[in-house]
Write a protein that binds this ligand. Sequence first.
Ligand SMILES: [Zn+2]
Length: 296
Amino acid sequence: MKDYLVKALAYGGYVRAYAVNATETVSEAQRRHGTWHTASAALGRSLVGGLLLGATLKGEDTLTVKIQGDGPAGAIIVDSNAKGDVKGYIQNPKVSLPLNEKGKLDVRGAVGTNGVFTVIKDLGLKEPFSGQTPIVSGELGEDFTYYLAISEQIPSAVGLSVLVNPDETIKTAGGFMLQVMPGASDEVIAGLEERLKNLPNVSSLLEEGKTPEDILDIIFEGDSIMILEDAPVRFHCECSKEKFSTAIITLGTSEIQAMIEEDHGAEAVCSFCGNKYHFDEDELQGLIDEITGDKK
Ligand SMILES: [Zn+2]
């Protein structure tokens, strides 16, 4: 089954609902970064959360989620956009903690319980929008929920989950996000709260072969939902050798000269996807020539 995200309306349009199967997306991140199971779950949940927030964007808008906790995983950075592309990395990919008291991957132990949760949105305006909340849980679903409630004033529920196989590969990954729209009646909010008492574990439902549409049906238990669209999602990084050339040029001629003389070349590694770009001495000299205007 390919990864995709479903957008729907429930409760007569007063609740926006999103569900996503991101198993392949998170699998690719796991392979690219070589994450160990607890780090895989922390990065995977963050990627799923990024996709769900990204689903609320339009056109060319993009967003970045930065989770800086005090746990051994260090910072987690995720970029997503309105087209269903997501990329991300975790500062320390080699985190493997014992399971927590519930027998689950200890994401809170990896992320930590103190720190800052930041979302930066580039909506094509002069200044990007930036919102910040403290980390309240470290399990990440609750942190996305808290961010939406406090920073964007949208009462929401976010469920993020990742199942990891014994060989460190990803079994399933996915999530859902429900948002209450302004003007929703007390009955709608009370009804939704009742539903949220028994939130399904998305990765287990995906393991049973359930689709994102099925997951929304299970959450709303037969209440009619209106599917608006489904759209593919994927791990995607737009880095290129050209982009890294531009970055090297900004270092200046003496720095590049040092790379030629001391290292006889340079290697740039994209932190988002792990792709490596090698620059030999001739290519570095070409960049110096570009700076000095001495184009051949
Ligand atoms: Zn990249």
